[in-house]
Design a protein around this ligand. Structure first.
Ligand code: ADP
Ligand code: MG
Length: 694
């Protein structure tokens, strides 16, 4: 259970003075369920309100607080005119102007003859100082803050309410035992946890808002440390789990290698040996194989599977979609047949007798490798002796799901493959529970993809050129035409794709196909199959083709409204071409009104094909939360740490977490107990299940 010390921070926002149920609900929606979530919301700006006695020194547009004497109310004749209150600051005329007002309120707040303090933006207009809707009107200067933090714009919660809530929570901050390493804290000159929060919420100058202040660094570090500890805890639990020792002489692998028309890259050889070394360990393998599109992950996975097969185990290969499962099945079957290794396919679509016979053969160890979708792991699928599970393209998987899957696989080793190159810093925070292998080298002999950026206005020209290529060429050229992402709804996505499809059909005739996300799987597969088999020249698609599909003759990728796609998506899409020997090209068509960021994105695409570089740029342009897509935001949304700024802190946190857990694996020392508080603060309590009991 959560230590009582932390309870004050885990109360409902409605416990704050002046925060009723309605506001409480808004807070919960915006920040999270607890008070602590409100504190994680840092100011993004600051207003300084100096009290200015010498009003003559005020410059135009300056925000300041003044003492005034109320002289006269000028009530407008019609509601369309502003209400004005004429005041004086010494001999200087000061005018308060209100466009929206309740006259009774103004006369009460500003009775004629009274002295008041007002604060706001002071404008010099025709010898007067004018304040339009002053931010403060009060009889006590103390009621006007000198420094006012501004919070990122919040729907339903005004800055004032936000500040009020923050102050209310800061007033009762518990004093928590320090979890930081004292040397680190001293070296970095970081404040205590509570002081750090107080400082962050009380900026006094613009530099106080920088992510590099000691206070913000400390809190970012706290968050990263909590993340790394949690991941290491999960990982050590997996490591403690018993696995099989899987080792073979590598005869099948050798046979396969001999049959290939190409040589493995150095990266493939290196990664394969990392995997095999892991498989030979008596503990369970949990390894992430990361490699850019086209880096040749599939063959590596197959060799790992053959290693298991030769050692007397079965292998399972899971793809995220039917299309991909089928494609992998075709590929792997071709490779495996000469080796007398039996590969079968099982998806939701193998039914009845087919399914029954696959299941019984599987159980009797007559199938060596089973390829499929999630259907591989439903209840009645029983393996004889499952040694290795490969999951392809599962960058959308979180830690929790991975845990669930390994439960199904019992002692089987797990190899997860991701085609989303992500910067190391992100890999360590998302996949920190896994060992990492990177395929950072592309097979030789691939011609670079020529990427061009063109205005959508020139689509007709593009179509004309395509026509020449398709009709007039002896080489088979196939084209992907990806339709715009329309933000409002999937329906409008579809409409755009449909329209383009019909138009292209008019120009190219029947050899044009359409796939989109709302088609049934079987329909989608049928169209895809026709494209793969070369029966279609042009495939119009929404982004459903993004993941994995491999069509060697496809050498042109057109992306319409490319400015609406993120870098990762563009890179994935472009990776669909350039897989064969033909010179390939990618045309990025953009619509009107490009934002600066969109221009930068398109520029990056034109400049490089290096997925890791693109990912790094993406991180810089977008921030971590968005980079990996919403599915992972639960894992990735750092609230305090910004990996484009705090990457070095991440490395430290990682080392720190490693050392901590090697000395105190169950967090039982004094520091360990303090660190448990940290884990609770960042709501990582699910990992406590992995402590000791696990
Ligand atoms: P991805 O990493 O995107 O899954 P694939 O495994 O689908 O990449 O490989 C892409 C293509 O490159 C496949 O056609 C595969 O046969 C080929 N390939 C794999 N490794 C090599 C290599 N070392 N040299 C040449 N081609 C290779
Ligand atoms: Mg692949």
């Amino acid at each position: 259970m959560r230590p009582a010390l932390l309870n004050p921070l885990f109360r409902d926002p409605s416990c704050l003075n002046g925060i009723g149920d309605k506001l409480s609900l808004s807070f919960k929606k915006l920040c999270g369920p607890y008070l602590i979530d409100i504190l994680w919301n840092f100011p993004s700006n600051l207003i300084v309100r100096p009290f200015v006695q010498n009003v003559y020194a005020l410059s135009h547009g300056e925000t300041a607080s003044l003492e005034i004497e109320v002289l006269e109310h000028i009530v407008p004749k019609t509601k369309r005119l502003p209400y004005r209150v004429i005041c004086a600051a010494g001999a200087q005329e000061v005018e308060l102007v209100f466009f929206h007002y309740h006259a009774s309120y103004l006369t009460k707040m500003l009775p004629e003859g009274a002295h008041r303090f007002v604060s706001g933006k002071c404008e010099r207009i025709g010898g007067k100082i004018q304040l339009v809707h002053p931010d403060y009107i009060t009889d006590l200067i103390e009621k006007i803050p000198n420094y006012e933090p501004i919070y990122p714009l919040q729907k339903g919660i005004s800055g004032k309410v936000m500040r009020h809530a923050v102050e209310g929570i800061l007033k009762d901050l518990p004093v928590l035992p320090e979890w930081l390493d004292p040397h680190l804290k001293k070296e970095k000159n970081w404040p205590d946890w509570d002081q750090a929060l107080i400082q962050v919420h009380h900026p006094k100058q613009l530099v106080d808002l920088s992510p590099q202040t000691p206070a913000r660094q400390r809190l970012a570090y706290d968050e990263l440390l909590a993340n790394q500890l949690a991941l290491f805890l999960v990982r050590s639990k997996m490591k403690r789990e018993k696995g099989y020792i899987i080792q073979s002489a590598g005869l099948l692998e050798q046979q396969l290698r001999d049959s290939l028309s190409f040589q493995l890259t150095h990266a493939q050889i290196r990664v394969l040996s990392e995997i095999k070394k892991d498989m030979a360990q008596p503990s369970k393998m949990t390894r992430l194989l990361q490699g850019d599109v086209g880096s040749g992950k599939t063959i590596v996975a197959l060799m790992a599977l053959l290693n298991a097969v030769e050692a007397g185990f079965q292998g399972a290969f899971m793809a995220p979609t039917d299309i991909l499962a089928r494609q992998h099945f075709q590929t792997l079957k071709c490779y495996c047949e000469p080796l007398h290794v039996r590969v079968e396919l099982l998806t939701g679509r193998e039914k009845g007798a087919t399914r029954r016979s696959i299941l019984s053969d599987l159980k009797e160890n007559k199938i060596n490798i089973l390829i499929g979708t999630h259907a591989l792991f439903v209840e009645d699928v029983i393996y004889h002796r499952l040694g290795l599970v490969v999951i392809d393209e599962q960058h959308r998987f979180g830690v929790e799901q991975r845990l669930a899957l390994t439960r199904k696989g019992e002692h089987a080793d797990l190899l997860v493959m991701s085609a989303t190159p992500i910067p190391r810093s992100l890999a360590l925070t998302v996949y920190g529970d896994m060992d990492l292998s990177q395929l950072d080298e592309k097979p030789v002999g691939r011609a670079p993809i020529e990427t061009r950026v063109l205005p959508l206005k020139r689509a007709d020209e593009v179509i004309q050129k395509l026509k020449e290529k398709i009709v007039g060429s002896s080489l088979r050229t196939q084209v992907y035409w990806v339709c715009p992402l329309v933000e409002e709804s999937e329906k409008s996505d579809l409409m755009a794709a449909q329209k383009r499809y019909e138009m292209l059909k008019e120009k190219f005739g029947a050899r044009v196909g359409l796939v989109h996300g709302q088609m049934k799987d079987a329909e989608k597969d049928a169209v895809m199959k026709r494209f793969i088999d070369g029966e279609l020249d042009v495939l119009v698609a929404t982004t459903v083709i993004e993941v994995g599909v491999d069509v060697k003759n496809a050498s042109i990728m057109v992306i319409e409204h490319a400015e609406r796609f993120g870098l990762a998506a563009l890179h994935q899409l472009r990776g669909r071409v350039g897989r064969g020997h033909q010179q390939s090209s990618c045309l990025l068509l953009y619509g009107a009104g490009l934002t600066q960021k969109a221009i930068e994105r398109l520029d990056i695409m034109r400049q490089t094909e290096d997925g890791f570089l693109i990912a790094q740029k993406d991180l810089e342009l977008r921030g971590a939360g968005e980079l990996l897509g919403r599915q992972q935001s639960g894992l990735m949304d750092f609230q305090l740490a910004d990996l484009s700024v705090h990457a070095s802190l991440l490395d430290m946190a990682r080392d720190d977490a490693k050392t901590i857990l090697s000395l105190d694996p169950n967090l039982e020392t004094t520091r360990g107990e303090a660190l448990k508080n940290l884990l609770y603060l960042f709501q990582k309590e699910t990992v406590f299940k992995t402590l000791k009991s696990g």
